[in-house]
Design a protein around this ligand. Structure first.
Ligand SMILES: [Zn+2]
Length: 386
């Protein structure tokens, strides 16, 4: 009778390979060495739990980009300008202030919370920007001189650091993102929209550019203006901005697959992991599960803003990662739990052929499973005849 046994690396194997200091552990599945020092010896993946959190963040980010477009549209429409200052109707001051804020303790706390979300600041940022008709020279030039904006301003507005830290890094590391950007080249789209001029007959463009022009008319007009004026032809900020729009929205124009954090999201390196594990949105999602960890990171973030030293900042993707890893393990509460909650892994060792009479001696912390398929869910599987 032929039976097939497949082995699978466990989380304990993973942790042991990270925690072994300068030594490598022998992979219980394939026998090659695995160690934090040999980054090619294993692959990092997100767990299901982490994927769920990131999918929610992704959805929120998509809606935020749409909100940016709406705010720019209001900024450029006189329909939303109220030329009469003040109100003839006195407001009940005890409850609501002039700006529509509640002036009780709950209201103040809520305002503090909302101010942390960039979306609440969009109007204030955009107010300082010139309107399109000022930039495009269809109105008084003097206004343009007092207000300025660059392609970097535009990118910052769409990129929103507190919202996308960790998120965009992981998204842009995925092969599917590379495929989208190889198919719909942001440089080509930038060239196409540069040809468009306000007040002139639109020049036909490809379907993706057409979609972006129709759904993000203001962002695209700012882009087109900035690309036509004093920017270099392939302005990095504009390319990045278009790449973000393409990755998150091109599927709607082309019927291709929407990007999500489904299964098999791989992380390129520990630097990405570190960004995720300290990012505002991911850490907030961990609040109920790992309160001690969250408290530590929040304290770290506020002290990092005062001090310039970066000794405490989680940075594992470097040659001194063993030392950093040990120090984080010692200092950060629930570190091991958070890492294992967030990450899964696969040993990247070769598939091993085992001869019929081979004897398996050591399987550290490993489950033996009898399965009908030689290549089950695990990172390793090989047939063993017996
Ligand atoms: Zn292995």
């Amino acid at each position: 009778m032929t039976s097939v046994i497949s082995y699978r690396n466990t989380k304990t194997d993973f942790w042991a390979s990270l925690d072994a200091g300068r030594n490598a552990i022998v992979c219980p599945c394939c026998g090659t060495h695995m160690s934090l020092q040999i980054s090619a010896s294993y692959q990092l993946m997100l767990t299901r739990e982490a994927s769920v959190h990131l999918n929610q963040q992704l959805e929120f980010y998509r809606r935020t980009i749409l909100a940016v477009e709406r705010v720019l549209r209001r900024h450029n429409s006189t329909a939303f300008v109220d030329p009469v200052k003040g109100s003839p109707f006195p407001l009940e001051e005890r409850l609501v202030s002039f700006k529509g804020e509640f002036s009780n303790p709950n209201g103040t706390a809520m305002r503090g919370l909302l101010s942390k979300l960039d979306i609440e600041k969009l109007d204030a940022i955009v107010q300082k920007w010139p309107r399109l008709r000022e930039m495009e020279g269809t109105s008084d030039k003097s206004a343009e001189r007092s207000k300025r904006m660059t392609s970097q301003d535009l990118l910052q507005l769409v990129q929103m650091p507190t919202l996308t830290a960790g998120l965009n890094v992981i998204v842009f590391d995925q092969p599917s993102t590379e495929d989208v950007l190889a198919r719909f080249k942001p440089v080509d789209i930038l060239h196409e929209i540069r040809q468009q001029s306000p007040g002139k007959e639109p020049i036909p463009v490809n379907s993706v550019a057409q979609y972006l022009l129709a759904h993000f008319p203001c962002i695209m007009r700012y882009c087109s203006y900035l690309a036509r004026t004093d920017q270099p032809v392939e302005d990095e900020c504009l390319i990045r901005l278009l790449s973000i729009l393409l990755v998150y929205f091109a599927h709607q124009a082309t019927g291709t697959r929407e990007f999500t954090f489904g299964t098999h999201i791989q992380l390129r390196n520990w630097h990405t992991v570190a960004e995720l594990l300290t990012s505002y949105h991911y850490v907030s999602a961990l609040q109920d599960v790992f309160p001690k960890y969250v408290g530590h990171i929040e304290a770290l973030t506020s002290s990092a803003q005062d001090a310039s030293g970066d000794d405490d900042i989680l940075k594992l993707g470097s040659f001194d990662n063993v030392a950093k890893f040990q120090s984080w393990k010692d200092k950060v509460p629930e570190f091991e739990k958070v890492v294992l909650y967030t990450l899964d892994f696969a040993c990247s060792g070769p598939m091993t052929a085992i001869s019929e009479d081979a004897e398996i001696v050591v399987r550290r912390d490993n489950k033996k499973e009898t399965a009908s398929s030689p290549f089950g869910m695990g990172s390793h599987g090989y047939p063993l005849l017996g």
